[in-house]
Write a protein that binds this ligand. Sequence first.
Ligand SMILES: C[S@@+](CC[C@H](N)C(=O)[O-])C[C@H]1O[C@@H](n2cnc3c(N)ncnc32)[C@H](O)[C@@H]1O
Length: 491
Amino acid sequence: MDLALIAALARDLDAAGFTVDGLTELWGEDASAALHRGHRVPALRALERSGGAPAAVLARAFVLGMPVDPAALDSALPSLTAAGARSLGLVDAAGAPLLDLRPYSVVDAHGVVSWWIASDLGELALGHAIPEHHVLGVGGASMTLSGLLVDRDVDVALDLGTGCGIQAMHVARHAKRVVATDISERALELAALNAALNGFDNIEFRLGSLFEPVAGERFGHIVSNPPFVITPRATGVPEYEYRDGGMVGDALVATVVAGLEEHLEPGGVAQLLGNWEYRGDSGLDRVRAWVESTGLDAWVVERERQRVEQYAETWIRDGGTRSGAEFDRLYAAWLDDFEERGVREVGFGYLTLRRPLSGPPTLRRFEEYGAPLGGSLGGHIESVLAAHDWLRSASLRDARLTVAPDVTEERHYWPGADDPTMLILRQGSGFARSIPVDTAVAAVVGASDGDLSVEAICFAVADLLGVDGSALRDEVLPELAELVLTGFVRP
Ligand SMILES: C[S@@+](CC[C@H](N)C(=O)[O-])C[C@H]1O[C@@H](n2cnc3c(N)ncnc32)[C@H](O)[C@@H]1O
């Protein structure tokens, strides 16, 4: 890897204003949205009107995947030059792009991230279905996982299945060192290019399957957006490296879960995404069984569930195959595969697992939560883990709680009625949960300003409602524990 050429590229991209905002300025929100849907015509028309500005040349080549004149590339990349771009494998001799390279921007716990990410050319640029060894750029699942990452100061972290390196770079903002692995040599090359391009020198790249490259090593934080897509093991079904771990059904995710304990330091946290099958019974129960054979704390959230037909359609289309005989052949293979195991639905979600500092696991939470997540949620995940530990060690009834500042109460009334028929507590950040509560819980939460203990508030509320204090307290405590865990009230 030629670090001098990569540094020249970074300088040129920076000088060209090749940023997310810069591109939106070039072609507007509607063209951005069309690109997101897989159409480049609006963006191309906007670029044609914008003249030969460096950002426009770079966007045409590396985001839209269209050839550019080497002379135009020379002026858009004055430090690197077109010859340097060829040496880095960005374009061929005629100026046709060989890689996708685009700006990426999010806000994480450390502030604004503004990077460039190289990956393989997508279906739009290729004009046909992507090949099996395709190295994916930053997709929806990548963003979901990166948005969930806890911000832990650890010595060494692991990104298993790093692809273009996106999770490794996020983790490298809080870990002293990151080991990033992949089964694909090409993915590791691109991830190393991305790390260098964005100024990371604390990521080490290792080739190999699953935990093989880190045998005998432990980490404070393990992250993985593994190749979890359930794929029929049948002749003629493409095996996309970026999404398919080569195992039957959901075995790849089960295998990753089984391998975590051995590679987590005490207190270490693992975060991954996954699919799980519904084979008659609940898919979340399948995940529970995977977790229960480990000594790990676990919090698993199922975000969505698809019928197998919908699942097959999604992933056949994702590979770039459109309706027609080939689509139908693949569809049948997917349905045969699901039928063999009696699968009717597939769940998707996030797993947070933690090796206890000592002793057996105490957290086992499996829930369905479908609302879309937004922003950086690592701090929220950390606070849920901390709240769990606090609930285990402290006395809730003696605690003085305060309502979190993002919580509001919503009341619903029948028209003309004096008393509400429904009370809902809403959270403005974190998972933005809404929890229906009864009058007693709402009153206890409402009075939680840190002055009185939970027990004292319960007795005062019972007085007001004319009911027995101990009975009200015993009824309220479990619901209050849930509100502490999910961040509505804080010790
Ligand atoms: C869904 S992609 C995730 C890429 C990236 N981490 C992200 O979040 O966008 C899964 C990655 O796992 C890699 N992979 C596939 N099988 C693997 C295996 N057995 N061991 C390690 N990595 C594997 C693929 O090459 C691919 O880069």
